[in-house]
Design a protein around this ligand. Structure first.
Ligand SMILES: O=C(O)CCC(=O)C(=O)O
Length: 298
């Protein structure tokens, strides 16, 4: 049974959770499927990550050219995404290797967590919603096609700007009823509106200040509410080690992980091994073809 009063916890000291705080957050995750941790990330760290996220989600941004990498910002309707927060930000790497957070995630998942996916995301102001109530059962589509995976995962959204509109919308205690409805839907089919619980007491819109870390069970019904202003966040999906889909390796820089957190490096070890490599199809360069044509013609 849901309990709205448990959803928000004021965390007394950043990056740590007193036993009573951890117990309350876990209870909210178990009963409501969602919890907001106010003050878990100090304002100055949220501000630093905000600036990195702003740069990395600027159209045209490319990371790693000096190393012949070219990781680009991905554009979609209403959002700009950069998929490698732990390569570009020591704050991002510190957050996901923090013991208090990982202990909590482990208790919820029942297994040592691995990172399934991470994302710095800028949401643009909108007039109308672009995403309605749904649950996350997905994986990396280029590795797994359209398959849905029922594995339990916990997602975190860290607000990097103050969110006064367009926060995460969540329906409390909806995971166990939503999963069996969502799984058989065809690709692209929307969650049936007559199956969305209507009790307003079960619906929360998480408009919170920068530095608030929201955790939620991905099987609970959720949607982004319509943002009136730009919103910057970091999204991270945590899975159990036995997650059933193929996963892309999680890229991080060791120099971004504080020495004191290195016993938690397992969070990057998603144990699927690297993506299989394929030799490129042979291509003839246009200049070679032009030279051949010139030789034959001339
Ligand atoms: O960003 C949000 O507040 C929620 C986004 C969402 O529903 C999704 O990406 O699945």
């Amino acid at each position: 049974m849901y309990d709205r009063s448990l959803v928000t916890t004021e965390v007394a000291a950043p990056y740590s959770l007193a036993p009573a705080e951890a117990a309350r957050i876990l209870e909210s995750l178990r009963r409501n499927g969602v919890a907001a941790l106010r003050g878990f990330i100090p304002a100055q760290d949220a501000a630093q990550l905000h600036d990195t996220a702003e740069t990395a989600t600027t159209p045209g941004f490319i990371y790693g050219e000096s190393n012949k990498l070219s990781i680009k910002t991905a554009m979609s309707e209403g959002t700009r995404d950069f998929s490698h927060p732990f390569l570009v930000s020591a704050t991002a790497a510190r957050i996901v290797t923090t013991g208090a957070l990982l202990d909590l995630v482990e208790k919820f998942l029942g297994d040592r967590p691995i990172i399934h996916h991470g994302l710095l995301q800028r949401s643009l102001p909108l007039e109308d919603p672009i995403l309605d109530w749904h649950i996350d059962c997905g994986s990396n589509k280029s590795l797994n096609g359209i398959a849905k995976f029922p594995d339990v995962r916990l997602r975190s959204i860290l607000y990097l700007s103050d969110v006064e509109s367009g926060g995460l919308g969540y329906i409390l205690d909806s995971a166990s009823e939503a999963l069996p409805v969502f799984m058989p839907l065809h690709e692209g089919e929307l969650f049936p509106s007559d199956k969305v619980p209507t009790d307003p007491e079960r619906q929360v819109a998480m408009n919170e200040r920068a530095g608030t870390l929201i955790l939620f069970n991905t099987h609970g019904l959720h949607r982004p509410e319509v943002p009136k202003k730009e919103r910057l966040v970091m999204n991270v999906w945590f899975a159990r080690r036995d997650f059933s889909a193929r996963l892309p390796a999680v890229m991080f820089s060791l120099s971004n992980v504080p020495a004191a957190n290195r016993d938690r490096l397992y969070v990057f070890d998603n144990e699927r091994g690297p993506e299989t490599i394929h030799a490129p199809k042979p291509v003839s360069s246009p200049s070679v073809i032009r030279r051949l044509i010139r030789r034959v013609a001339g």
